[in-house]
Design a binder for this molecule. Structure first.
Ligand code: AMP
Length: 290
């Protein structure tokens, strides 16, 4: 595995692969790699000649009161994981390499962002599409692998690829969970012992909502209330949102008659956890996502 820190070196390397007809699979991450990221790398490895992973904690997607400084980092551990997953190139740029000066042009996302994390994290998805557009122009991927744990991100990147004609196929990958159901996340290390015990109830709450749908409940408000109540009852976390929307459009549905996302975000003391399920009209897990 080669570790590359400069954009110029990366572009010349990638251009060579591209010109020799190799397919390139790309897994963008913020590091502190865990089995969720590894699943993306495994899928990329299966489907491509060349696998590139990037590690970059992107300041642009963190709000002023968010955890940019506290975000966990571990270069040695991450390098080992990437090697283990047979990544060919680890792109590990310094923040000054990616943002040498204030940007002259800013990207703003207009749809799919006035709900869920986009609503409580203003500007977050502007930062996400900015860094991904830059990375797409550095890595030249054929396929990009994103986790459905961040399902709104998948929906926004789907729009980025379509709106800006990036010749890239999006591969959404199912959420990888701990044995007790908690979605794996780099932020889980910031939970206290008691919070770690309570956190799996977030997924239990989503499954409770799914059961209601499977039993024939079609009123989104009823499901949202039930899921919120479940989280209140089983955790001390503060609910940021519980919502049920069409997917990937992320529009409000009153009566459920299409593919939907049931999504939650919960604040614990030092970590905000998110989770979701994407379901078809009958409440079964959806297969083709975007
Ligand atoms: P991050 O490093 O948190 O920005 O995540 C990088 C990529 O890994 C994103 O596409 C995430 O959606 C994905 N990812 C993070 N956690 C998981 C998980 N538990 N299961 C599947 N994918 C994940």
């Amino acid at each position: 595995m080669e570790i590359i820190k400069s954009i110029h070196d990366m572009q010349s390397k990638m251009m060579q692969w591209k010109q020799s007809g190799k397919s390139i699979g790309f897994v963008p991450t913020m590091g502190y790699l865990h089995e969720g990221h590894q699943q993306l790398m495994k899928k990329a490895r299966q489907e491509n000649d060349i696998v590139v992973t990037s590690i970059f904690v992107n300041p642009l997607q963190f709000g002023p009161d968010e955890d940019y400084e506290r975000y966990p980092r571990d270069e040695v551990h991450d390098t080992d994981i990437a090697k283990k997953e047979q990544v060919d190139i680890l792109f590990y740029p310094h923040v000054n390499e990616m943002y040498p000066k204030d940007q002259t042009i800013r990207m703003t996302v207009h749809q799919r962002v006035d709900v869920l994390c986009g609503k409580s994290r203003p500007g977050h998805f502007d930062g996400v599409v900015t860094i991904l557009a830059k990375l797409f122009n550095i890595v030249y991927p054929d396929y990009v692998y994103l986790g459905l744990k961040d399902a709104q991100q998948v929906a926004v990147v789907d729009a980025l690829i379509q709106d800006y004609n990036f010749p890239i196929k999006l591969r959404p990958i199912a959420t990888v969970r701990e044995q007790d159901g908690l979605a794996k996340s780099s932020r889980n290390v910031n939970l206290s012992d008691q919070e770690r015990i309570e956190a799996p109830y977030i997924y239990q709450a989503l499954l409770h909502g799914q059961k209601l749908m499977q039993a024939g409940e079609q009123d989104a408000e009823v499901i949202i209330k039930e899921v919120s109540h479940f989280i209140h009852t089983h955790t001390h976390g503060k609910i940021d949102y519980v919502d049920l929307l069409s997917y990937p459009e992320l529009e409000r549905v009153n009566h459920i008659n299409e593919q939907v996302i049931l999504a939650v975000a919960v604040y614990f003391k030092h970590a905000r956890l998110i989770d979701n399920v994407v379901l078809d009209q009958q409440g079964s897990f959806a297969t083709a996502i975007v």
